[in-house]
Design a binder for this molecule. Structure first.
Ligand code: ASP
Length: 348
């Protein structure tokens, strides 16, 4: 008899793993080792499921780089033992966490599926069951001994996305995530339909997993708005030890061309601070040089983030800053797709 696919479920926290305390009515985490008892449908899946939980499950608002490291270390430790991984986190910062994890894992050959829910698992109208069951089903889909997915994904409300392309778009609808610049990798309807042409295929199947555990957190996201004071920009760019900035610009990557503003950016770049241009628009890309108001940014050395999301840009910045690259290599690496996070001609 063929060996059953084995899945490791990692519970870090969030609504999905909570139940209402009957006495207090407050949400509290339940013991995840009892997950199959809570969702008996899981027994119908053709896989074995083991679970592991953070000692103290967190609301994803408390997510940080230490927890990112905990997540990748759990994956690293169990990588050979399991065929797929489902990571449960709160949805609020799931796009950040899953983007970061995508950069931290190199040569990934197995599915890592992030999911969560808007309502707790015990709620009558919960979205948790569908999200969890289908995420596990996806993580255990193997064809001819090979996983269909071998990248970091996010599954929510019938859609499987490349994680580092996602953004949380709704606080109250079950369809909480979107991937504006890249189509879903799979859709769950009557059938589970994979868009195979979009799914990453690892090039060298022999290469071992490489886990990058260090991220540089001396970074900031600076969102521009009409009327932002030059003092605010100056203060932010002069934060001690600042290493990188994701600059949220307008439209196709435009920003004020006032001399004061441009000079501040220029000085920061001269000091070695990396500045990444990412648009505030939910869809589309930065095209520096299309307008005068972005040509200057290009000239002074601001790096284009193309169509990357904010969540992915800040994670990639944290990841690349640790690599101590030369200016030109940093520039090249940021602009090219390394985990499918940016649309360009380079496969990852
Ligand atoms: N506040 C929760 C969290 O992100 C919401 C959720 O689980 O979706 O941890």
């Amino acid at each position: 008899m063929a060996k059953k696919i084995s899945i490791l479920l990692v519970y870090t926290g969030g609504t999905i793993g909570m139940i209402k305390d009957k006495k207090t009515n407050a949400l509290k985490p339940f013991n995840f080792s009892q997950i199959v008892a809570k969702i008996p449908e899981l027994e119908q899946l053709n896989c074995t499921i083991k679970s592991i939980s953070f000692d103290k499950p967190i609301d994803s608002s408390n997510m940080n780089t230490v927890y990112y490291k905990d997540i990748v270390e759990i994956i690293e430790k169990n990588y050979k033992k399991f065929d797929g991984f489902v990571i449960l986190t709160g949805s609020d910062t799931m796009s950040y966490a899953s983007s970061a994890v995508s950069f931290m894992l190199d040569n990934l050959q197995k599915p890592i599926i992030f999911t969560g829910s808007q309502l707790p698992i015990g709620d009558l109208r919960t979205d948790a069951k569908e999200n969890l069951i289908t995420a596990i089903e996806i993580a255990s889909t193997y064809k001819k001994g090979k996983p269909v997915i071998s990248e970091v994904c996010l599954y929510f409300e019938y859609k499987l996305y490349r994680a580092n392309r996602t953004t949380k778009i709704s606080a109250d609808q079950f369809e909480a995530f979107a991937s504006m610049n890249f189509p879903p990798l799979a859709e769950s309807g009557v059938h589970l339909k994979f868009n195979e042409h979009l799914i990453h295929q690892p090039k060298n199947k022999e290469q071992a997993l490489i886990v990058h555990k260090n991220l540089v957190d001396e970074v900031v996201i600076l969102k521009l708005f009409p009327g932002i004071s030059i003092l605010v920009v100056k203060s932010i760019l002069n934060i001690p030890n600042l290493k990188g900035v994701v600059l949220e610009t307008y439209g196709s990557g435009n920003a004020s061309n006032s001399e004061d503003f441009i000079n501040l950016l220029k000085e920061a770049i001269k000091k070695g601070i990396k500045i990444i241009n990412v648009t505030q628009c939910k869809r589309g890309a930065v095209m520096m040089g299309d307008y005068d108001t972005s040509l200057l940014l290009k000239k002074i050395g601001v790096i284009s983030g193309g169509d990357i999301t904010i969540e992915s840009a800040i994670s990639k910045l944290m990841y690349l800053l640790d690599k101590k690259l030369s200016d030109s290599d940093f520039n090249k690496m940021f602009k090219k797709s390394i985990r499918g996070e940016i649309t360009n001609n380079i496969d990852f």
